[in-house]
Design a protein around this ligand. Structure first.
Ligand code: MTE
Length: 319
């Protein structure tokens, strides 16, 4: 994501100067070796990253089988998670000590059984599946990932939404002590997102607890985040602590920040460009900035499953 006016967080403000200078030196020398082209996959090479624990019980599905998947190391090295900095390499560096246990999600609003659920209960009581989904960021990069988790509907149903629940609102943890990016007003914290209830209940909408058979790396949104494969990446909110059923359309961070550029629906749509760039093509992470661009498909290739949710809607207006 690009913010036109907001100040960037200097890396010197979120790490000690010695480490920051060493890192700059490393990146500089690498840039020279690689002729000025920084490959995201190499950005962790100067630091041993802790690998998350393997997930014990995963039900393998055929969903997405046959798609060429992105390397695990690339998915962990090039992220958007502004709570840990605005540059793509920041989350991998600054989220390493983020504490994700104990973790509780509060569910409230228009439902009969409002309450809380802990992360361990989510992992032990709900069967964790593996599905391969495409993921497309609004900035034009894309990846194909082995996601582990479950349909969000399985969690939502436990709290018995009422007929007044027309939308579902999500919030990320607000903890500036742990999330240095929140010390700056780059966004109106906490990060918030929302879905219409039928989108939230759609079986493709996934609550993700891991990738490639391991618990989620912190930089990818540990301990749990959304993936809505037919929508641009900014809808996939990370490190969720609150879910609320609402009667009216909730605030969504990027839509609130720059409504002309980021719609509430944010369905992947090659026919509706971002005001500052085309959405017709994308590049896959890990293949390099000189790789051939790929054609982006309507609803990111999931039209057969989700197009009916928007029948009769003007998708240029409701982008
Ligand atoms: N969630 C929170 N809390 N904070 C963020 O900055 N960035 C979003 C989304 N979820 C973001 C977030 C954006 S813009 C994208 S593209 C995806 O996370 C990136 O997910 P990834 O880093 O796992 O690829």
């Amino acid at each position: 994501m690009l913010i036109k006016k907001a100040a960037r967080i200097a890396s010197s403000e979120i790490t000690d100067e010695k480490h920051w200078k060493q890192r700059r030196q490393f990146l500089k020398s690498f840039a020279l070796v690689a002729g000025g082209v920084l490959s995201p996959s190499i950005l962790l090479a100067d630091e041993a990253e802790k690998l998350p624990a393997a997930m014990p019980h995963i039900k393998h599905t055929d969903y997405g089988k046959g798609l060429k998947t992105t390397a695990y190391k690339d998915i962990r090295a090039y992220n958007n998670f502004y709570e840990f900095g605005t540059r793509k390499e920041d989350p991998a560096r600054y989220a390493q000590d983020f504490i994700t246990r104990p973790w509780t999600i509060k569910v409230s609003g228009e439902c009969e059984a409002a309450g809380e659920i802990g992360m361990e209960d989510i992992l032990s009581q709900i069967t964790q599946q593996e599905r391969i989904y495409r993921f497309r960021c609004v900035e034009g990069w894309a990846m194909v990932v082995h996601w582990n988790g479950f349909s969000l509907s399985e969690l939502l149903k436990r709290f018995k939404p009422t007929s007044k629940a027309k939308y579902v609102a999500f919030e990320t943890l607000y903890d500036p002590k742990q999330m240095p990016g929140q010390k700056r007003r780059v966004l109106d914290w906490p990060y918030r997102e929302g879905l219409r209830i039928d989108e939230a209940m759609h079986p493709l909408t996934m609550m993700v607890t891991g990738i490639y058979g391991r618990l989620l790396p912190n930089q990818n949104g540990a301990p749990l985040r959304l993936i809505i494969p037919w929508k641009y990446g900014f809808k996939s909110i990370k490190s969720i602590v609150s879910i609320q059923f609402t009667e009216t359309q909730p605030v969504a961070t990027w839509n609130q920040q720059v409504a002309k550029e980021y719609g509430f629906y944010a369905n992947v749509n090659p026919q509706v460009d971002h005001p500052r760039w085309s959405q017709a093509y994308h590049r896959n992470i890990g293949e390099g900035i000189f790789s051939r661009k790929q054609k982006t498909e309507m609803f990111n290739g999931y039209a057969d499953e989700v197009a009916h949710l928007y029948s009769g809607m003007d998708l240029k207006k409701y982008f």
